[in-house]
Design a protein. Structure first.
Length: 291
């Protein structure tokens, strides 16, 4: 029997065939070492049979509307997830609970409506987060990124956002790039703190010329440096209705306190005067008795 036909060689061939059959790859996707690429395959659902050791998963340009948390949790080594240009909606809370090693996440060009604390709170290693081009994204909770302390790149451009609390991004110690361009920013006094932080921060803002006010009408298309000057004048030098109410209450309290103080002073003066008069009368009576 030739060496190639020996029992040992036949066993080796059999083991190699079994091993090759065990390396699965989702239908209509291409797989190579630690990477699964399903770009532009018109997938309607999250693909099955993804190798469990996958590090990089690309689902870009499909029609996926839901990411199953359980299936994702099987990919515990996943560090790169690209889901741009899909139909993902507002049901992402706790979706990424099982992929805590994720470093890069792209959810741009989807249908996100809000970001809550529960959306990304388990992604403790996240460095890059792209949620731009979600026109229905209208709210990001103040503590939405509280656990993402390694976040360096955050893109929220071209969304439906009108307001972003300053602490949401200011408290990210490693943030180096923030994309807030082409949003519907409402430049009122509440937004002044965010604009001032932008002007003073070391964070880089790409496409700065398109970071402009959308409302009110008199500030539309105004870039942030000019908007800051306008808002400083209107918010810090002019009084609003609630300010007049507050000043009125303060004035009334001062008037009431003054009135009470004057009344008490008057009462004390009358008591003192009565006591003094009584003392003088007693002294005069004593003098008359002595004489």
């Amino acid at each position: 029997m030739s060496p190639s036909g020996s029992p040992w060689s036949l066993s080796l061939v059999f083991l190699l065939e079994v091993a090759s059959q065990g390396i699965s790859c989702p239908s209509r996707c291409s797989c190579q070492y630690l990477e699964v690429n399903c770009t532009g395959q018109q997938l309607q659902e999250f693909p099955v049979d993804i190798p469990l050791d996958t590090r990089q998963l690309i689902l870009a340009a499909n029609n996926v509307s839901y990411l199953p948390a359980v299936e994702l949790s099987f990919l515990a080594d996943l560090v790169y997830l690209d889901c741009r240009k899909n139909l993902l909606g507002d049901d992402l809370d706790f979706t990424f609970i099982g992929v805590a090693r994720l470093v890069y996440l792209d959810l741009s060009f989807n249908n996100l409506t809000q970001v809550t604390f529960s959306t990304f709170s388990h992604l403790l290693s996240l460095v890059v987060l792209k949620i731009s081009d979600n026109p229905n994204l209208v709210a990001i909770e103040t503590d939405a990124f509280a656990n993402n302390t390694w976040l360096r790149h955050l893109d929220v451009s071209r969304t439906g956002l009108t307001f972003l609390d300053t602490s949401t991004v200011r408290d990210l110690p490693n943030l180096r790039l923030l994309g807030p361009s082409d949003n519907l920013w409402h430049c009122n006094c509440s937004f002044l703190d965010f604009i001032t932080w932008m002007m003073e921060s070391d964070v880089h803002f790409p496409d700065a010329d398109n970071i402009t006010c959308y409302t009110p009408a008199e500030l539309r298309a105004l870039r942030m440096p000019a908007a800051e000057a306008q808002l400083h004048f209107s918010c810090l030098t002019q009084l609003h209705k609630q300010d007049y109410v507050f000043l009125g209450l303060v004035g009334f309290c001062i008037f009431l306190a003054g009135t009470m103080a004057a009344w008490l002073a008057g009462v004390c003066a009358v008591i003192y005067e009565a006591h003094t008069s009584k003392g003088e009368e007693e002294e005069e009576e004593e003098e008359e008795e002595d004489t």
